[in-house]
Design a protein around this ligand. Structure first.
Ligand SMILES: [Zn+2]
Length: 226
């Protein structure tokens, strides 16, 4: 694999030549740039393109967390509460949560990520639904369907129909930060944009919204497991 240096930092460069019309750039792994290049595009143009995007690359790269070795996981905090984790290698893959313990049985290291993502998702959805009902009740807010996904770039969204979508991993946040994410989307039920009125409403829902928002920007994605 090639390497490229941008703003004093080295990145691995993965180049794929394909029948595409324009160059495509993406970052999936930390410190690794993936480019899909039209068959006949000369390398110097590719290099130039990447250099022009160096600011975006640096910003995006900072957001990507290093792959954690999940087989060494000792505990997980869910809404600030500590859950001990027992990771065991075995043939049958499973993830079971009993009291304050999470048992993960895996056959292959690479499967742990999938197990956590799949098995903890419905659990997170229940927690989120419960909390949303509680918060929405306070101000008689009417919301639509609630669903969970796993998009690392977003914590939540609110559709024009009032359906709420969350990254399930927000349950890994401390309670106040978790609630902040829910309040943000609940506020969008009334105000769709991020106007002054929106932030005024947020101040009412979450008096510590400035501090919580700052935390989410810098720490939020780092809390994610998968
Ligand atoms: Zn928003």
């Amino acid at each position: 694999m090639e390497e490229i240096s941008l703003r004093g930092k080295k990145y691995r460069l993965k180049i794929q030549k394909k029948a595409v019309r324009s160059l495509r750039l993406r970052l999936r792994n930390k410190n690794e740039i993936e480019v899909t290049v039209p068959q006949l595009m000369p390398m110097f143009l590719v290099q130039q393109f990447i250099k022009n995007q160096s600011e975006w690359i640096e910003k995006t790269n900072q957001k990507i967390k290093k792959n954690k070795d999940l087989s060494k996981l000792k505990s997980i905090r869910i809404l600030g509460e500590k859950y001990e984790v027992e990771v065991k290698k075995g043939l049958r893959e499973s993830l079971v949560i009993i009291d304050k313990k999470i048992f993960i049985n895996y056959s292959d290291k690479r499967k742990i990520k999938k197990l956590i993502d799949q098995k903890m998702r419905p659990w997170a959805l229940r927690i989120i639904k419960e909390k949303i009902s509680e918060l929405a009740d306070k101000y008689q807010l009417n919301f639509g369907k609630i669903s969970v996904k796993n998009q690392s770039s977003r914590f939540g969204s609110c559709s024009s129909q009032g359906n709420l979508n969350f990254n399930w991993q927000i349950i890994l946040f401390p309670m106040d930060k978790f609630e902040h994410v829910l309040w943000h989307e609940l506020a969008h039920l009334t105000i769709k944009n991020h106007s002054r009125d929106f932030w005024d409403l947020m101040a009412k829902y979450d008096p510590k919204y400035v501090e919580n928002r700052r935390w989410l920007k810098t720490q939020g994605a780092k809390m994610f497991l998968v």
